[in-house]
Design a protein around this ligand. Sequence first.
Ligand SMILES: [Fe+2]
Length: 145
Amino acid sequence: MKIFKCEVCGHIAFNSLPDKCPVCASPKEKYVQNDAIFKESSEKSPEAEVKHIPAITVSKQCGLIPETPCVDIMVRIGKTMHPMEEKHYIMFVECYQDDKYISRVEFTPLSVNPAACFHLKNGSGKITIVENCNIHGYWMADVNL
Ligand SMILES: [Fe+2]
């Protein structure tokens, strides 16, 4: 799979370049292709896997949005919780449906846990979660709904 990274905001695009970055609106010239970006992180710090690979839980009984058949994608980083300290923290989590970007949650280090929830209107297909640690780089996980 082709993987592109926006050099301005760190957004990841799968398969093809967007015309402009959906997060920071930078032009596509700001993207750099790196198909091994996830592999590089796990090779650099294999012992860090347990604290970085997103742990995904799917809930089809959402209580927050009862008006629609909402499907919750709940994410924590990672199986052993990742630190959230000024010097070492999760910068953002991005969510994709069938490789198409749908949402991002950004974090500040001190007040929040490394976790996010995405409330999908259409709970089908493959969901991919990408996270970016300020020290250990990019990690991902996916789940089929
Ligand atoms: Fe980390």
